[in-house]
Design a protein around this ligand. Structure first.
Ligand code: PLP
Length: 444
């Protein structure tokens, strides 16, 4: 049975085509942008996007985990419009304003206990750098430990902590000094040879302890920076045991634990943050992406104790905490709370993961399926079990032609990441499962 999107709409006579838009685009933009589709978007609503030719798509990219409520969520749009009428930019270091303060108060309602003071900036990378600045400042220590496979952004500081793909760093050395990489507990391709989660967790903790003994004096380490679920690096869920052990080890050495929750935050993993999902509270959190459901905003979040040791002028911003973004953020959090969307993400995530596991029994090319809440990945392999980025490319193209937008991740683009909005209907997830089955039957 062929799977098609319901209610597909096409405008009869497009004014401009996708190809024409691409042609114009290529005249004025650097090819450094790595495009995952060449859809020229005309408009979007909920989990649907329409291109300039009128073709409708189900969007499982969500602007790379930004539109957690779906596109143009009415209450968020209304909040932005209301704020627009009373002020677009005041400057957070020039004046105080309600949207700014209210958003920080709202964030405090959903962050783990004790994480209750904030610094707002614009992008994930900026907030990552803010978090590292805070950690270095308050500890007076120079080193930062990050993870092989991690992604924290593209600015030089954040890039120095990023290692999901070597091409991101090529020709850019020397990067920020004092960064050490250790192994992420990616048990499907275990860096320590142990494939079961518990042994892999212990193996990777031992690896970190060895670094402390041999090359990275722990009393010189300001922070360990980790994504509590690996995003760009392959949608890898670490064993809970690893994060618990990491919490113990860092506390033992007076090292600050930073969770980069840029991609895992705002309901994505089935709780407000992955920290709560795992029951592990870091010292500092980095928030962005889903925070304002589409407007640019990010935050460094920590305890009053740590934040109060960061004196006036130690950090700053012109646009961070822009009133429109803050208004969108307040509305976004209210919707997450009132519509019980974390629970929904958890339930739908389990349902979808179950569906993928069924498909895996039928299609050996699906090497691993994994996820937490609606942060779900499927890793594809060739007959030797090696990463199969080529197959992922073909599957994504097959699905795109039939109206489904999917993104890849992983160091060889071997993982399809399913980033559904938390508001998605179960029948849309069924459509995705049906189309994947069809694609794999046709291609693998
Ligand atoms: C975990 C994580 N941290 C940081 C970033 C960087 O965020 P931005 O692109 O907003 O700078 C990203 C972006 O994908 C991310 O996934």
């Amino acid at each position: 049975m062929k799977v098609t999107l319901r209610a597909e709409k096409r405008t009869p006579q497009p004014k401009i085509t996708n190809a024409q838009m691409l042609e114009r685009y290529q005249q004025v933009f650097t090819p450094a942008y790595d495009h995952s589709t060449s859809i020229a978007a005309a408009r979007a609503l909920g989990n649907r996007v329409w291109d300039v030719e009128g073709k409708e798509y189900l969007d499982l990219a969500s602007g790379i985990a930004v539109n957690n409520l779906g596109h143009n969520y009415p209450r968020v749009v209304a909040a932005i419009q209301e704020q627009l009428a009373s002020g677009i930019h005041f400057g957070p270091s020039v004046m105080l304003y309600e949207a700014n303060i209210r958003l920080a108060e709202k964030l405090g309602e959903i962050t783990p206990l004790g994480i209750d003071m904030f610094f707002f900036s614009n992008s994930g990378a900026e907030a990552v750098e803010g978090a590292v600045k805070l950690a270095r400042y308050v500890t007076g220590r120079p080193l930062v430990i990050a993870y092989r496979g991690g992604f924290h952004g593209r600015t030089l500081g954040a890039l120095s902590l990023t290692s999901s793909k070597a091409k991101f760093r090529r020709h850019l050395e020397p990067l920020l000094g004092g960064v050490r990489f250790v192994n992420y507990p990616y048990y499907y391709r275990s860096p320590c040879g142990q494939k079961d989660p518990e042994s892999c967790a212990l193996g990777c903790l031992a690896d970190l302890a060895r670094a402390f003994e041999h090359d990275t004096p722990p009393d010189e380490v300001a922070a360990v920076l980790i994504e509590p679920v690996l995003g760009e690096g392959g949608y890898v869920v670490p064993p809970k045991r690893y994060l618990e052990g990491l919490r113990e080890l860092t506390a033992q050495h007076g090292i600050l634990l930073i969770f980069d929750e840029v991609q895992t935050g705002f309901g994505r993993t089935g709780d407000y943050f992955a920290a709560q999902r795992f029951g592990v509270t870091p010292d500092i959190m980095v928030l962005a992406k889903g925070i304002a459901n589409g407007l640019p905003l990010s935050a460094v979040a920590s305890s009053k104790d740590l934040m109060s040791r960061w004196p006036a002028g130690a950090h700053g911003t012109t646009f961070g905490g822009n009133p429109l973004s803050c208004a969108a953020g307040i509305a976004t959090i209210s919707v997450l709370q009132e519509e019980n969307l974390c629970r929904r993400a958890g339930d739908l995530g389990e349902y979808f993961l179950g569906g993928l596991k069924e498909l895996q029994k039928k299609h050996p090319a699906m090497g691993d399926v994994r996820g937490l809440g609606l942060m779900i990945g499927a890793e594809f392999v060739d007959r030797q079990g090696q990463p199969n980025g080529e197959l992922v490319k073909q599957i994504r193209q097959y699905c795109l032609e039939r109206g489904l937008i999917l993104l890849a991740c992983g160091s060889h683009y071997e993982v399809i990441r399913f980033i559904a909005p938390l508001t998605i209907a179960q029948e849309d997830l069924d459509f995705v499962l049906g189309l994947l089955d069809e694609a794999l039957t046709a291609l693998a």
